[in-house]
Design a protein around this ligand. Sequence first.
Ligand SMILES: Nc1ncnc2c1ncn2[C@@H]1O[C@H](COP(=O)(O)OP(=O)(O)OP(=O)(O)O)[C@@H](O)[C@H]1O
Length: 372
Amino acid sequence: MDQFYLKNAALYQTYVDKVDPTKPQAHFMNLAPRPTKEAADSSNPNMSIGVRIRPMLADDIASGFPCAVYPRPHDPTAKQQTIDLHDLYNHPRRPRPIFKSSTHKLQHVFDASASTSDVYNEVVRDLVVSAADGKLGTLFTYGQTSSGKTFTVTELQKLAVADLLDRHAELHVTVVELAGNVAFDLLNQRERIAVREDASGTTQLVGAIQHQITDKDQGIELLERAMSFRRAAPTLKNPASSRSHCICRIKVTQPATHTQGFLYMVDLAGSEIARDVTEHGPELMRETRENNVSLSVLKDCIRQRALAATSKKKVHVPIRESTLTKILKHVFDPEENQECKTVVVACLNPSLADVASSKNTLRYAELLGKMD
Ligand SMILES: Nc1ncnc2c1ncn2[C@@H]1O[C@H](COP(=O)(O)OP(=O)(O)OP(=O)(O)O)[C@@H](O)[C@H]1O
């Protein structure tokens, strides 16, 4: 596919240049227009979905792949923002490749010019306020490998800590890495820990040390120390690819009222498709398989949780099938009665080389928007 895209990069660009972004969906080369995808439900005040499109990096540009992801200009009056994705296909009965676009609508879209502070102010601050009020807040970033998840979540963690300290909260942080179903404490020399449900059904990180954060600099130092213990390996797509999920949990206590909230900030391992793993050795392949299994359980939980929101029948959400979803139980459990706000930031690498993965990421982001 890469060779096909590279060979037709100039043709692709001529199609992209002809796109009229005011149309609901751009279609060229005699393709019949399709109805625009059903907009995601943005009415749930406890769930926000954002998409962050990282810039094309020097390496992306040097590799010759054009940009495939085009956010439309921000419309402050609209409930949802629009992204167009342009792809190119071979058609057996046509002399030239076919250009095909899809339109995706999401609550919050951050283009390549947006800073992490913009993401924080628009979607994460509310979550932090909620945790400071004694509730549960969860942020997770997901997307294909090298889409900017770690870049985004690392900076958001620091902004959240600074904001919580400004709110005079007492903070205790735990940072855990999940390689498949095995959990390690990143603030205790990668000691292995256990993930268990207690009698009340709450998931506990047994053996993980909670470190108090006393000021911003010490908080940043702790978070950076945790990141330095994270497993990373060079891959075809990312010279410093995180090979695991990373969960940063901040316990937020208000000394005046004794309320206790939790903020979870989760950097998911990158999803990798067959093309991304052609140069993986056996160890990287094993990690990829394990990560893909837990991401797949996560997707099942997302799908089933969305179904549970609309079905009158009891729907099974397979929360216990992976350690990751056990830790995120409060997000997916339809029986959960503690108020929980969730923010998902789907990350995209805009290169045409990754367009199939980007489409998947956007589809799941739209599905998440339907969780009620
Ligand atoms: N918004 C951004 N602005 C500038 N550079 C970015 C941005 N987002 C990501 N990058 C760069 O893109 C590259 C990949 O980002 P990152 O490592 O965060 O991806 P990832 O999704 O966590 O990948 P993996 O799943 O493989 O760990 C890094 O070099 C990072 O610095």
